[in-house]
Ligand binder design. Structure first.
Ligand code: FMN
Length: 330
């Protein structure tokens, strides 16, 4: 399939999730099934402008992950332009502009989801991005700020722009992550109004919900975020269901969990192997990555609460390894 001129292996995308979809996480997910496009979660344009060194770790080795998108968040056109210039020396495929983040910080800084309240500003940022980026440009939005009444106007500015595709998360900024607020009608409306490809996103956490989303909205591709946490098989499950109607269930158990943790550790090691330039203290980085992910990898295990409590107590990599021994040797 194609998003703009970018040819992808399939129409399943991994969402940008800050502090979740790190490079080892992206590599890990790709071990279980094909993923059309992965994304580096949001980088603040002001940070790039003021201290570009502070974000280098997020871009370390991204050229090995292509096709990959890099997302920027900000409201200042000059900081956006300087960030784009800074990114030009990196090899990636899509520059994505965040116009959906609901965090207090983003709203206060009039960036992310706030931009859906200020389409004039959003339009000016899109103009900067499409003028100065040599990469494809995409936009990630929600259905609106408080409600989806502004979708027609959003569609107008997008249709007038030269962005290559758009991703819409089917909730308003005010809805934050409320699963009951998913509004597929609004997603479909935007899809019907736009000339460019649309990626749909929101609460896709099973093959069935993926099919429902696609069938109802007719979007060109879907993006999955929280549904991947603890279930790296989800892309394969969705692919099998959409292509062959085969319903695979994610059965987890301690043996599988251990295999997943070992594989995750391999992905971390692959990522930092040329560690001379690796910009984090390695032991600490490994610990944080392994601890966070091993907690999610308890998903669907009967005794998961006890396991999670044990893991969450670890304060060092050695302690974490000791806890794994206890859990898996019993
Ligand atoms: C922990 C977390 C971090 C996120 N970070 C980002 C981000 O950096 N950029 C972005 O556009 N969206 C971000 N999102 C939103 C997701 O990309 C996605 O739009 C949202 O979670 C809905 O999809 P889902 O229901 O499949 O998770 C984040 C969401 C979560 C839960």
């Amino acid at each position: 399939m194609k998003l703009g001129t970018l040819v992808l292996e399939n129409n399943l995308l991994l969402a940008p999730l800050q502090e979740v979809t790190t490079a080892p996480y992206r590599q890990f997910c790709r071990k279980f099934g094909k993923i059309g496009l992965v994304s580096v979660p949001m980088l603040y344009t002001k940070r790039i402008q003021n201290n570009p060194r502070s974000i280098l770790s997020n871009l370390y080795k991204i050229e090995k992950e292509r096709p990959i998108s890099v997302q920027l968040i900000g409201s200042d056109p000059i900081a956006l332009r300087e960030s784009i210039d800074f990114l030009e020396s990196y090899q990636f495929d899509v520059l994505d502009i965040n116009a959906g983040c609901p965090s207090k910080r983003a709203i206060k800084a009039k960036e992310g989801g706030y931009l859906l309240n200020d389409l004039k500003k959003l339009s000016s940022l899109i103009k900067v991005a499409t003028k100065y980026s040599s990469h494809l440009v995409s936009l990630k939005v929600r259905t609106g700020f408080k409600n989806s009444d502004n979708i027609d106007n959003l569609a107008k500015i997008v249709n007038k722009s030269s962005i290559d595709f758009i991703t819409i998360h089917g909730r308003t900024v005010k809805d934050r992550f409320d699963d009951t607020a998913l509004n597929l009608k609004a997603v479909k409306k935007l899809k019907d109004l736009l000339k460019i490809p649309v990626v749909g996103n929101g609460s896709i956490n099973s093959p069935q919900s993926a099919k429902r989303f696609l069938d109802f909205t007719k979007v060109d591709a879907i993006m999955i975020g929280r549904g991947t946490m603890g279930n790296p098989e989800i892309f394969h499950q969705i692919h099998k269901y959409l292509k062959e109607g085969v319903e695979l269930v994610f059965n987890n158990n301690l043996i599988k969990m251990k295999k997943h943790i070992d594989l995750y550790e391999q992905c971390i090691n692959n990522y930092i192997e040329e560690n001379i330039e690796f910009p984090y203290p390695i032991e600490r980085y490994k610990f944080m990555e392994l601890k966070r992910n091993s907690i999610w990898l308890t998903k669907n295990i009967q005794t998961s609460t006890n396991i999670r409590i044990k893991i969450s107590k670890a304060k060092t990599l050695d302690e974490l390894r000791g806890i794994f021994e206890q859990i898996f040797d019993n």
